[in-house]
Structures are given as C-alpha cells and as structure tokens.
Design a binder for this molecule. Structure first.
Ligand SMILES: Cc1cc2nc3c(=O)[nH]c(=O)nc-3n(C[C@H](O)[C@H](O)[C@H](O)COP(=O)(O)OP(=O)(O)OC[C@H]3O[C@@H](n4cnc5c(N)ncnc54)[C@H](O)[C@@H]3O)c2cc1C
Ligand code: SF4
Length: 511
C-alpha cells in the first residue's frame, strides 16, 4: 500500500491537507513542468520565485523524513506536464491512491479529475483548509443572497474568526469599515520604506540561472531578484511589515507615485498565494499590533479586510461561477490589447509608469492595477480575455482564482455586476488627485478636447454613453448620466470626435 501525495506549486504549506496521514512508505511528488510555466507567459520573477520556493519546500519535507520525488524542469526525463509526470510515477511504483489538495484553478481541477479514468487510479481531492471560507460555505452564504456584496460577507467572516470583534459581537471601534480614512492623496515626503533583503541560497542561484536560460523571452526583468523563497524569509517580511509599515498602511493606501512601486503595501500576496504564509496568522498578527497600540485601527481594519474579506470573497465568486465566469463579456469589449501593455511606448505617463513597475518587480499595487491599467482597459473596451491573460502573466501573485474575478469582475465589469456594484470607471481627474503621474505627462489631465488632452477624460464619457443601455439602470450611476445630459450638443459631439481620434491613435500605437 503506497499513496502518492501530490503537492502543487502554490501548496507550499506544511499544514496542507494533502500531507495529512502521510505514511512512511508513501511518496510526495512535486514537479516543475513546462506546461504550467508557459500556459500563459508568466513573468520570469514569478517562475523563479515559485521554482525556488518549491525546491526549498521539498528539501524541508525531506529533512522532516518525507520521501520526496522532485522533478526539476531540466531533468531530461521530465515529461512536461502534470498528467504525464503522475503517469510516470504510476509506471514506476505500485500506487494505491493519489492524494491532492483541491487546486486553485478550475483548469487544473479538471485535469486532476480526469486521472481516475485516464490513468485508472483512485484520486482523493481534499479541501484546501488554508482558505478561511470553504467553497461549500461560500455557496451556502451566496445561496440566500439577492446580491453578493463583499461588505456583508466580510462582516460574517469577522464574527466567525473573532477578528476586531468585541465581546458583545460589535465591531472594534464601532464601525465595520474605515475605508473613508484610507483614501488620502499623496503628500510631500511620501515614499516607500526600505524593504528587508534576503541572502541568495545556492538553490535560488541555480533556479535563477535556469529561468534566465529558459524564459528570457517572457515579459519582465528577472534581476534584481528580491523575493523571499522560504517560509522563514516570508515570515521575516511579514514581521517587518507589521512592525514598521502596517501603521502607515491605511492613510495612503490608494496613493500612487512615480518610481515608488510599493509605498506602504505589504507585498505579501505572492507568499500567501503560494502557501508560505497563512491568511489567518497574518490577520491575527495585524490585530495584535492594534491591540498593543502599535498600529491604528483604520490601517489594521483596512489590511484585515483585504485578506479576510476581499481575498476570500473573490475566491468564493470564482468557484461559485466557474466555468461560465471565464467567458463573460457583459460590455462586449473586444479591442485588441495595445503594445504599451507589454512595454511599448506610450505618452500616457500613468500607464508607462505602472507597466514599467510591473516589468521590473512583477508587482504593482491594487490601485495601479485597478485605476490605471484596469481603468484604461475598461474605458477603451479592451478585449476581456486578452486583458485577463495579461494580468495572469505579469504579476508574481497571479493565479486564476484571484486574478480572474479581480480583472473580469472588478476592473472590467465583464460579469455585469456579480462582484462589484458599479464599474470602476474614472476620468484623468482621479489619477491626477491620487498620483503625481500627471505632472510629468505629455497630456493635460484638465483638458478633454485636443491633441494634448488626457485620453482618460473623453474615453470616460464615451464609455458611459456607449454602454448607456446596460448601465443606466444602475442605482449608483444616475448622477453621472444627469451630468452628461446637461452637456450641450456641441460638447457631446466634441467628446465623440475626441474619442474617435483617441481610438485611431491607439490603433496606430501613437497614444
Ligand atoms: C485587475 C486586478 C488584478 C489583480 N490580480 C491579482 C492577482 O492575480 N493575485 C492577487 O493576489 N491579487 C490580485 N489583485 C488584488 C490586489 O491588487 C493584490 O492582491 C495586491 O495588489 C497585492 O499586493 P500586496 O500584497 O502589497 O497587497 P496589500 O495592499 O498589502 O493587501 C494585503 C493583502 O490583501 C489581499 N488582497 C488585497 N486586495 C485584494 C483583492 N482585490 N483580491 C484578493 N486579495 C486581495 C492580498 O493577499 C494582499 O497581499 C488584483 C487586483 C486587480 C484590480
Ligand atoms: S494626464 Fe492623463 S494620461 Fe497623463 S498621467 Fe494623467 S491621467 Fe495619465
């Protein structure tokens, strides 16, 4: 009797359910396969981070006495995909059962489910209890709701996990949400605190060499490489964030600055999503900082809401709505993704800045993803699948379960309002208020019409009018349509012509 315990690249937690009940004679399988590294062209930093973290995790398991079969990407007998690697083990050993924790992506779950028939083997798929709301619990919560709103889900999660909750079940401080305190525009002197760095292990150096030789043609810079690749290193980053940076997380959470990719964000998403850190331990550490008066409530509540609320909520939506969710395109957005998303030239400083930060770090913070690259894609009606593939490829924390609802639902409103109550559409004024990008831009954020007018301005009104039939009934939008209706006919025509000229320039890659 021998079981095969399969650990996927984002399941690097020693408490993972697939390792429960491991017996001396059993085998752990971990593999680096080309199919997973290339089904979209992932950023080289993401591939290096994951391969190095996987190799370190395998070594730690071996030290604990697990028997591990680790297949490296450049192993000459590597068969290139998960199914073939599992089949190879089945040919070499007499395996009773495959044990695996439910994968993050629908696509991978379909592959795993096919093994019973294809490989003639029993497969035990276990719940991923690192998430704080199981797929089943989310379904139950959703089944009795008319609308699925994150805020109400989040309140239930706060009560369930007793995070920032008083003995009488009321929220700490009296409010559930302190977001209104977290939207301050940048001020003079705001900058990114210095982050801790890690010594590169021989394992990481080997992986960096492998990635530089195999994935140099993917978008993104491999060097300098600054990611943590073990749980110990990720914990150092977490503790450093909680102690030094969390106190300032809230106030300028939405601010954006040229050359400052991180500001006061945690940079923890890649580690949580790969399993090096667990969501509950992070939330508990953040709450402890508040209880010890080391961080203010608006910062701690805002931070916990992202993890306990948004992160769990988007995963719930993904599994509730897949596979149909991936094909939604409510606003019929079909314009090809312009070259400047891949580093091509653009005169729009905001886009240029976010794309170059992304290229350098495989990271940009939430508001840059939502209100710059996401907002442009929404206003210009860029092809939903191409935009979604871009987000999946370029960020080190990107996995479909979290990326798809954020892109398709939150940024592009392609789900017609399942996830968000209205489109996050904004003109250049928002970017001007929340960043210093416009100061050095070729375009003028205060102008709507003319060669030098900020493209976001006319595109904003064009988006609203083009999609009027679908959006007018939204209870949060009458105000903007009333404003538009008060414009003179000549102004409306100017906006229309301006949008046409923007699309022509977009098509010629000269925006
Ligand atoms: C278009 C778009 C695509 C996105 N794609 C991804 C993705 O592929 N992977 C990913 O992890 N996040 C994604 N996000 C959410 C968010 O932008 C990132 O989680 C965040 O920027 C990660 O940086 P951080 O760790 O510094 O986050 P912080 O700002 O420090 O927030 C703390 C943590 O909260 C969680 N979080 C915050 N916002 C969200 C959210 N909207 N959804 C889920 N978790 C959240 C993350 O785990 C994050 O580490 C996307 C957002 C948008 C608008
Ligand atoms: S002026 Fe417009 S295009 Fe330029 S940075 Fe500002 S918002 Fe972006």
């Amino acid at each position: 009797m021998k079981n095969l315990h399969l650990i996927l690249g984002d399941q690097l937690s020693s408490s993972i359910s697939s390792l429960k009940g491991f017996k001396k004679n059993d085998l752990v399988l971990m593999c680096e396969v080309m199919e997973e590294a290339t089904y979209v062209k992932h950023h080289p930093k993401k591939i290096a981070f994951l391969f190095a973290a996987m190799r370190h995790f395998a070594l730690a398991l071996e030290q604990k006495g697990y028997q591990v079969r680790y297949v490296k990407l450049n192993d000459p007998s590597n068969r290139g995909n998960l199914t073939n690697e599992v089949a190879r083990v089945l040919e070499e050993f007499s395996i009773d059962k495959i044990i695996v924790t439910e994968p993050g992506e629908y696509r991978v779950e379909q592959i795993i489910k096919s093994w019973k028939k294809k490989l003639n083997v029993q497969v035990d798929i276990r719940i991923d209890d690192r998430f704080l709301c199981s797929r089943e619990s989310f379904q139950k919560w959703a089944s009795c709701k008319k609308q699925l709103r994150m805020e109400y889900f989040y309140r239930e999660m706060r009560k369930k996990y007793r995070l920032l909750i008083e003995k009488d079940n009321t929220p700490t401080g009296g409010e559930w949400n302190y977001d209104k305190e977290n939207r301050k525009p940048p001020v003079k002197g705001l900058s990114s605190p210095k982050r801790i760095s890690h010594k590169k292990s021989p394992v990481l150096l080997e992986v960096l060499d492998l990635v530089s030789r195999n994935f140099a043609h993917h978008f993104g810079d491999l060097y300098p490489f600054h990611y943590a690749v073990t749980r110990e290193q990720a914990l150092l980053e977490l503790d450093d964030f909680i102690e030094r940076i969390l106190p300032k997380f809230g106030d300028f959470q939405d601010a954006m600055l040229k050359g400052e990719a991180y500001l006061n964000h945690s940079l923890l998403s890649s580690y949580i999503n790969a399993g090096l850190l667990l969501p509950l331990e992070i939330c508990q550490k953040a709450e402890a900082a508040y209880r010890k008066q080391k961080a203010p409530l608006n910062a701690v509540e805002g931070f916990i809401r992202q993890i306990l609320g948004w992160r769990e909520y988007v995963r719930g939506i993904y599994w509730l709505k897949m596979p149909e969710y991936g094909d939604l395109n409510y606003l019929d957005a079909m314009r090809p993704l312009p070259d400047f998303y891949w580093g091509g030239a653009t005169k729009m400083r905001c886009i240029g800045e976010v794309v170059s930060q992304t290229q350098e770090h495989a990271y940009s913070h939430h508001i840059q993803r939502l209100m710059v690259t996401g907002n442009f894609a929404l206003l210009a009606g860029l092809d939903v699948k191409q935009v979604q593939e871009w987000y999946l490829a370029v960020y080190s924390d990107a996995y479909e379960w979290v990326e798809m609802p954020n892109t398709l639902g939150m940024a592009l409103f392609a789900d017609g309002g399942i996830l968000g109550s209205k489109p996050y559409a904004a003109s250049g004024k928002y970017i001007q208020r929340m960043s210093n990008f416009c100061k050095s831009c070729y375009y003028n954020s205060n102008e709507m019409i003319g060669e030098k007018a900020c493209p976001f301005n006319a595109l904003y009104w064009n988006f609203l009018t083009k999609n009027r039939k679908k959006l007018e009934g939204n209870h949060r939008l009458p105000y903007v349509y009333n404003t538009y209706d008060k414009f003179s006919d000549s102004k409306k025509e100017e906006i229309n012509n301006q949008a046409k000229s923007i699309f022509i320039r977009l098509g010629k890659n000269s925006l």
